[in-house]
Design a protein around this ligand. Structure first.
Ligand code: GTP
Ligand code: MG
Length: 377
């Protein structure tokens, strides 16, 4: 394997990198008898075409690499549908070039080459497939919402594991719930949310959900395609943000995760930061400096127990503070808040009442969804 970096003020519209640099890489690829050249950037359809003509081997960009990995990893029906959709959407604008090349194979002046005709059929075929996939996804999504409503009826608190890819989320899901979920030292090991019952030290049960690993600059096709998978995160009552504390770029990875959470509209949810892989750092488990984080190694039984206790504490004992502005005609909401929360202050205006309150997370969870929409924590 070889790695080449070029610093440029401006990208070259036809090659991305400079022409000279491209030729340098061609030579290197020939020397190494490379099978594949990967650009850690998104390439335009024209750039891929130009580079492919120049290079002795296949050329792909970052998006295609991520799509390929995702395609290999997707396990549930929803995951597979989403990856397929993203792949087709990526392919569509990139069909054109090949068509032109094929059209040279036949057809005289003024006639449309078989390549071009094929191109159009291909394109229509793909567009049709995209529509079918989107419809199927809608169905799967409806199903998932039903599941979610059923869970809510079971009155279970939902906890979601989020974090940068390879942080240790799936390992933690296994270790916390004693189940076998695919975890491996590979990027994007998990593509589908997996939910398990987690029993806390007191015997209380909550639901724990694993999610897709977040990454910086997620290709836009995937942002759209995976939004619905990640939407699971927004219905959680508590997020466990798992961080690979031993990673040299842990800080940047945390920021990337926070950015995605904000985009998903999940930034307001209560978060417990889990600094993982303490066995590979000089973090001392048990010596946390703040209430909202914990240092652990997923491989340590003692740490797993401490994490369970911490989750229990956050959900059932720690109080969260919120503020709501409730229209005066919603008397039932006002009395619901007065019943379950400790009221810190209240101010009545002509049309609404502003209430600042404090209550444990598991009580908060019980408030009606309509009321919750008026609450900021
Ligand atoms: N040393 C050490 N390795 C860990 C720890 N926790 C997890 N790992 C390893 O880190 C790698 C990634 O773990 P996963 O659980 O697959 O990570 P993930 O966050 O689910 O990754 P994605 O599904 O790709 O988002 C695996 O090789 C784990 O064995 C830990 O506490 N210490
Ligand atoms: Mg995983």
């Amino acid at each position: 394997m070889a790695k080449v970096i070029q610093f440029r003020d401006q990208i070259d519209p036809s090659w991305l990198i400079g022409r000279g640099k491209a030729e340098e890489i061609v030579q290197l690829a020939e020397e190494k008898a490379a099978d594949l050249v990967i650009f850690d950037q998104e390439l335009s359809p024209a750039q891929v075409r130009n580079l492919e003509r120049l290079f002795p081997c296949k050329v792909i960009d970052r998006t295609q690499l991520i799509l390929d990995i995702f395609a290999q990893r997707a396990r549930t029906r929803e995951g597979r549908l989403q990856v397929e959709l993203a792949q087709l959407e990526y392919m569509l604008p990139r069909l054109a070039g090949r068509g032109k090349e094929l059209s040279r194979l036949g057809g005289g002046i003024g006639t449309r080459g078989p390549g071009e005709k094929k191109l159009e059929t291909d394109r229509r075929h793909i567009q049709r497939q995209i529509r079918v996939l989107k419809r199927e996804l809608e169905e799967v999504k409806k199903h998932r919402q039903l599941h979610h409503q059923r869970r809510k009826k079971m009155d279970l608190i939902q906890v979601a594991l989020v974090g940068y890819t390879n942080a240790g989320k799936s390992t933690l899901l296994n270790r916390l719930t004693g189940s076998e979920v695919y975890a491996e030292n590979q990027l994007f090991a998990t593509l589908d949310p997996t939910t398990r019952l987690l029993q806390l030290p007191s015997g209380k049960k909550v639901l724990l959900t694993d999610t897709v690993g977040f990454i910086r600059n997620l290709p836009h096709q995937l942002v759209a395609a995976f939004r619905s998978t990640l939407e699971q995160v927004t219905v959680a009552d508590l997020l466990l943000h798992v961080v690979d504390a031993s990673h040299p770029e842990a800080g940047e990875q945390m920021e990337a995760v926070e950015k995605v959470l904000k985009e998903l509209g999940a930034a307001h949810l209560p978060i417990l930061t889990v600094y993982n892989k303490a066995d590979r750092t000089d973090l001392t488990p048990g010596r946390e400096t703040d209430e909202t984080s914990i240092h652990i190694s997923a491989f340590d039984d003692q740490d797993i127990l401490r994490l369970k206790e911490k989750i229990e504490q956050v959900i059932f004992h720690e109080q969260i503070e919120g503020r709501a502005e409730i229209p005066v005609e919603r008397g039932e909401w006002i009395s619901a808040l007065y019943r379950s929360a400790e009221i810190l202050s209240s101010k009545v205006t002509e049309l609404s009442i502003q209430i600042e309150f404090r209550l444990p997370l598991h009580e908060f969870e019980r408030l009606s969804p309509e009321l919750k929409r008026y609450i900021r924590t």
